[in-house]
Design a binder for this molecule. Structure first.
Ligand code: B12
Ligand code: SF4
Length: 461
């Protein structure tokens, strides 16, 4: 079959969507023909926003038998709108996947009649079975990990067990997207040819605002260092990369493994960055990471209030955090630290502690990033506190796309209607009601972000 996979508008700078490249490799392995439509890349390349008619033309030219869309919270309404137009034009099966569709699978299929299937969680095996069933006309009940509709009734099948040995998964199908050099040429640093690499699936921690750990579950699966190196070597040869960015939720969960990867990377003389947690770091590991070419680390710290640290189950020691961030900077590693405000029960005093802490972080030369909490579907916070929420007047960056992507009035109207009608699907447009006014939250978010504006922030997350 011919399958077209669409990555709707996304973050900047544009980069190939790793999840879709993995899916494409699995589909090609069993003989399907795959095209990837990367909307952000195409728009950057064209130097203008591409409207839905042009995008439908592009999808139509690929003559698909089915079209898949990857989704996250902030592009969900856009993905739904575009999918509707593709369905109207081509009338082929539409498949959604990715974090946002995973956490709202049943609701999505039942609310939006043009979405035929949602693939929940890890997609490589499910998409192959689903496409086979679409091709044979066989029934979908026995495919674990999907939601679908039949005769107007929505069904959700059992969860699919994870792929145990993730070294078995084929490398991402980079031949289906423009060269990474092309992507780099659209950024402000065209000489940095960067590849995203996923070396772990899953995160063992339990932060109550996070949906990634509930999607990938809390037992991490690791690729072997040699398998990771093989992918990097291949990308050096085929794509001329000079940098990788590990997109694992927490690259340093297992220090021994992180050190083993460092030993291999040192010999390769490649620059790299990763996401980490303060309490999985120590100064020795940092030193080894630096020697192995690590140039950027993104730490999720979230709050400068010890009370909130406990409440969100992050439980980081602020004293240790400053030590690790300071050491990271002393080693010359660029560092971005993320903060979140607006947790249930958070007081002005808690937020003030976070602001003061961000000043200390900024004094080390690290950049700070501030966010107002959004209740993501699939997170513990949404499960426990969503009853007490209000529509967030100042849309958070995690909720919707930047306004300049919303040139089509129809999209905006659809989004407004859907967000109000289906709050469980769009919970991330709401904020948890607390004693703090939304304007104040926005001012604090901005204040935290000003430390990021002081310099050029690293692009590790
Ligand atoms: C790297 C990354 C980024 C990068 C690049 C994203 C990109 N182009 O892929 C950048 C820095 C740009 C980024 C930005 C943001 N990100 Co981000 N990001 C990640 C991160 C760390 C890794 C993504 C990744 O490559 N995963 C590995 C691949 C293999 O997994 P995957 O994409 O989920 O795909 C698998 C399945 O989901 C499924 N699948 C996916 N798509 C499809 C489609 C079909 C048809 C099918 C069948 C299956 C399927 O199959 C794939 C293979 O198993 C994740 C965390 C995580 N653990 O995933 C957060 C994450 C995806 N980001 C998140 C968010 C919120 C954002 C931002 C909104 C943050 C912000 N405030 O700006 C922005 C928005 C950017 C945008 N696209 O609009 C959230 C999404 C939450 C949610 N419920 O939707 C996550 C989960 C982080 C979190 N802890 O909550 N991000
Ligand atoms: S926020 Fe980060 S450390 Fe916490 S559970 Fe999510 S991925 Fe893991």
């Amino acid at each position: 079959m011919r399958i077209t996979l669409v990555s709707p508008y996304g973050g900047e700078p544009p980069e190939p969507h790793l999840g879709l490249l993995y899916l494409a490799a699995s589909l090609e392995n069993v003989g399907h023909s795959v095209t990837i439509v990367d909307v952000t890349y195409l728009s950057f390349k064209a130097g203008k926003y591409l409207n839905s008619r042009t995008l439908c033309d592009i999808v139509e030219k690929t003559k698909p038998d089915a079209v898949g869309f990857t989704t996250i919270s902030n592009n969900y309404s856009y993905a739904l709108s575009l999918a509707k137009r593709v369905k109207d034009r081509l009338n082929v099966p539409i498949i959604f996947g990715g974090p946002q569709a995973t956490h709202t699978a049943k609701q999505t299929v039942s609310a939006f009649k043009w979405i035929d299937f949602v693939v929940r969680g890890e997609g490589e095996r499910t998409i192959v079975e689903l496409v086979k069933s679409i091709e044979d006309g066989s029934s979908f009940e026995n495919i674990p990990g999907i939601a679908f509709r039949r005769n107007g009734v929505t069904y959700q099948t059992v969860d699919r067990p994870f792929i145990e040995d993730i070294d078995d998964i084929s490398f991402p199908a980079y031949h289906l997207v423009p060269k990474l050099k092309e992507y780099a040429s659209l950024t402000s640093r065209p000489n940095r040819v960067v590849a995203p690499i996923l070396s772990t699936r899953g995160c063992p921690f339990k932060c109550i605002f996070c949906s990634a750990s509930t999607m990938w579950k809390r037992t991490p699966r690791f690729r072997s260092p040699s398998n990771i190196l093989a992918e990097i070597m291949q990308l050096k040869k085929t794509q001329g990369i000079n940098e990788v960015k590990f997109v694992d939720d927490t690259f340093t969960i297992n220090k021994q493994r992180a050190k083993a990867i460092c030993r291999l990377l040192r010999a390769e003389k490649i620059k790299w960055g990763c996401l980490s947690r303060i309490d999985t770091m120590d100064t020795r590991l940092l030193q080894q990471m630096k020697e192995a070419g690590c140039e950027r680390i993104y730490y999720g710290l979230e709050s400068g209030s010890p009370r909130i640290q406990k409440f969100i189950h992050k439980n980081l020691s602020l004293e240790n955090a400053l030590k690790i961030i300071g050491r990271t900077r002393q080693l010359g590693i660029e560092c971005m630290v993320s903060f979140i405000i607006g947790f249930p029960g958070e007081t002005l005093q808690d937020m003030e502690l976070t602001r003061q802490f961000s000043e200390k972080v900024a004094a080390t030369g690290a950049h700070c990033q501030g966010h107002v909490l959004v209740p993501l579907p699939g997170s513990e916070i949404t499960r426990d506190y969503f009853d007490n929420t209000a529509l967030f007047a100042h849309t958070s960056s995690m909720a919707s796309l930047p306004p300049y992507w919303k040139l089509e009035d129809e999209f905006i109207l659809e989004e407004e209607r859907w967000v109000k009608k289906f709050p469980d699907i769009f919970s991330h447009y709401y904020s948890i009601r607390g004693g703090i006014d939304q304007h104040v939250l926005k001012i604090y978010e901005w204040t935290l972000c000003q430390w990021a504006m002081a310099g050029s922030p690293p692009e590790v997350s």
